[in-house]
Ligand binder design. Structure first.
Ligand code: GTP
Ligand code: MG
Length: 400
């Protein structure tokens, strides 16, 4: 893993610098505003410092003995970033420290009982402090509903890269950074380099239409982009009315289409618009015929070879069981290059599924929504916040 710091006037500029230097795979670990102090305040502006990281490709053919040596990049990482990250993780540290103390107290209490006295203390011998902390963090990840296999991989990776008897701060930092790299940088709608048509697909009732309304509002009112909407959801009268209502409030045109060929015509009529948001009817992942219709819609537009960039978002609810999410993702696997958009984060306290599905599909995260309010309850996935929540176990305070 390569970790470096970049400074610039804004977070976006600093992130761009990181991407130029480390490549598109770079992810932001931490953002800090550096305020000028004393007399410098008069002459210099505040600036932003970001810490970015790039996970190097794992060498599949590497001989096993490489593992024996401490990874040099990890050492560099601790030195350069620990301070900033430790600060951010203060709360987490306290929480884990409390938990450890509680575990130790419990252990002492158990040991005081005469029955236990004769038993060999094998566990204690085995448990060096790294093991103890990692076990605790592992339990927190499981509590956050990170799938067991993935939690094991994360913990084993960290374990092999740690110095013996590392302190809790560097262990938390290492896990935090690993999770951020696994979550990756969110990918969102970008109209800066040309016109976009964006398809929203996914199971019934997850919040596709509501999310479209939130995004339409943000792009039109906050970013001044010309937005149009199309709905292919003609299965329910109420669905068209729902989108029409939002369109009316936002003063955005909306077309209703009944077939893939009508979509091409509707898009042609919107040649003046920079962003076209397409709502599709909720599809059961068990109904492959309906899924085929969505594929056809997208293919028709891709084949039409207009100047439009075609983007796809698979909208899923954070409250859905992981096993069902896997089935949903499998059903959509023929639709290439989609992004994952998680809704209803306000209705769950365990965010493991975001990491699980991101890891399983390889599709980037994008936005998350955390309530029914249009336009407010949406944000670009807060990867840092999410990583912290995952390490501290099921969330007490929801994200967003
Ligand atoms: N709590 C919560 N509710 C949400 C969120 N997003 C949408 N909803 C609600 O979920 C319900 C369904 O939302 P829709 O936008 O109609 O969902 P859809 O995916 O378009 O549904 P279909 O078109 O029927 O497939 C509505 O009551 C929304 O207000 C969210 O982030 N949190
Ligand atoms: Mg809908």
């Amino acid at each position: 893993m390569i970790v470096k710091k970049y400074t610039a006037a804004t977070e976006t500029e600093a992130a761009l610098k990181a991407k130029e230097d480390l490549g598109a795979g770079a992810v932001v670990l931490n953002v800090k505003t550096i305020k000028q102090r004393g007399i410098a305040k008069l002459f210099k502006k505040n600036y932003v410092e970001i810490t970015a990281a790039l996970e190097e490709k794992e060498n599949v053919t590497a001989a096993p003995e490489i593992k024996k040596q401490p990874a040099p990049d990890y050492q560099a990482l601790s030195a350069t970033t620990e301070k900033a990250i430790e600060k951010k993780l203060d709360t987490l540290h306290n929480l884990l420290a409390d938990q450890i103390k509680k575990n130790e107290d419990d252990k002492l209490r158990t040991e005081e009982q005469p029955k236990e006295q004769n038993q060999p203390k094998q566990e204690e011998i085995k448990e060096n402090s790294n093991f103890k902390y990692l076990k605790l963090i592992y339990n927190k990840l499981i509590d956050s509903e990170v799938e067991e296999k993935l939690a094991n991989i994360i913990i084993e990776d960290i374990d092999s890269s740690l110095k013996k008897e590392s302190n809790i701060d560097s262990i938390i930092s290492a896990v935090y950074q690993k999770i951020i790299l696994k979550l990756g940088e969110p990918v969102v709608i970008d109209v800066s380099s040309g016109r976009n048509i964006v398809f929203f697909m996914g199971p019934t009732g997850v919040g596709k239409t509501t999310t479209i309304a939130k995004l339409a509002s943000d792009f039109k009112l906050n970013k001044g982009i010309k937005v149009a909407m199309i709905t292919a959801d003609t299965y329910r009268i109420a669905a068209v009315e729902q989108l029409n209502t939002y369109a009316g409030i936002l003063d955005i045109p909306v077309s209703v289409i009944f077939s893939p060929s009508e979509l091409v015509d509707a898009v042609r009529n919107y040649s003046e618009y920079d962003l076209i948001l397409v709502d599709t009817a909720g599809r059961s992942h068990r109904n492959l015929e309906q899924l085929g219709e969505i594929q056809e819609l997208i293919k028709n537009i891709e084949d039409a070879q207009s100047d439009l960039k075609v983007e796809k978002y698979l909208v899923v609810s954070a409250t859905t069981k992981y096993r069902d999410l896997i089935n949903i993702a499998d059903a959509y696997k023929d639709i290439k290059d989609y992004k994952l958009l998680f809704t209803k984060l306000d209705e769950t306290s365990a965010y493991g599924n975001l990491l699980n599905l991101r890891n399983r599909t390889g599709a980037p995260l994008s936005y998350t929504t955390c309530g029914q309010n249009v336009p407010d309850d949406i944000e670009v996935t807060d990867v840092q916040g999410l990583a912290k929540q995952l390490i501290s176990g099921a969330a007490n305070t929801p994200l967003g």
